[in-house]
Design a binder for this molecule. Structure first.
Ligand SMILES: Cc1cc2nc3c(=O)[nH]c(=O)nc-3n(C[C@H](O)[C@H](O)[C@H](O)COP(=O)(O)O)c2cc1C
Length: 216
């Protein structure tokens, strides 16, 4: 197995920045894109419940509709790929049962054998949280997927721009997400930086590691 060296990892994390100007002519190869979709799917989530959908907007006409709903940021239409990350606003017993079903499909076994795990999930998410808290909880999971995705992209030398500067309700309408039980949270433009994006050369602004990371 080949693994990234610690130095190579840090190099890629320093190389990554929030791209403002993508090279519109450069497309991500299919194999690379497939790996990045896997990075989304393989993201961890609380209990493994995966309260999310990732909408890859392939259609240029749809991307053109999303740009004015994104402070007109050019990344929406210029990047090779554009993903909208959406959360399931509430989690019901039926959602827990669907996940139990999937566990049985993948690992074998019966829902009965997973009754204790089901009870834990229903107790911890469906019953213990108000609908509002369930929405926050699902949002946290979606942001884990966003981070995982961006780090995976950086490791492969693919650029990203995470985007919260969007109108989520407008996105929902364009993408028809609420009818599918999901709500837009954040988006991510993906591709390759333009040679003349001046932000690429700007030093990273981070607080000192000694300030942010404490050893006790
Ligand atoms: C959740 C999230 C939302 C963001 N939204 C936008 C955005 O809408 N447009 C943009 O140009 N940058 C956006 N950024 C980029 C941040 O401004 C950037 O990550 C931060 O300034 C740190 O710089 P760096 O990522 O280049 O190291 C967003 C970042 C995050 C994590």
């Amino acid at each position: 197995m080949t693994t990234l060296t610690p130095a190579a990892l840090v190099t890629q994390l320093r190389w990554r920045y929030a791209v403002k100007k993508f090279d519109a002519a450069r497309k991500i190869p299919a194999e690379t894109w497939a790996a990045l979709e896997e990075a989304l799917v393989l993201s961890p989530s609380s209990y493994g419940l995966q309260p999310w959908r990732f909408v890859v907007v392939d259609d240029p006409a749809v991307r053109a509709k999303l740009q004015p709903l994104s402070w007109n940021q050019a990344q929406v239409t210029e990047a090779s790929h554009f993903v909208v990350l959406a959360a399931r606003p509430t989690t019901t017993e039926a959602d827990v049962d669907a996940f139990i079903q999937r566990m049985c499909e993948v690992r074998g076994g019966t829902p009965d054998a997973l009754a204790a795990y089901r009870k834990m999930m229903v107790g911890g998410v469906v019953k213990a949280m108000s609908p509002e808290l369930q929405g926050h909880w699902a949002g946290h999971q979606v942001y884990i997927a966003l981070g995982n995705f961006m780090t995976a992209a950086a490791a492969l030398g693919v650029d990203t721009c995470p985007m919260e500067g969007i109108n989520p309700a407008g996105y929902d309408e364009v993408l028809g997400l609420p009818a599918q039980g999901f709500k837009t949270l954040v988006a991510c433009a993906v591709g390759y930086r333009s040679a003349d994006d001046k932000y690429a050369a700007a030093p990273k602004v981070r607080y000192a590691t000694t300030e942010v990371v404490r050893h006790v």
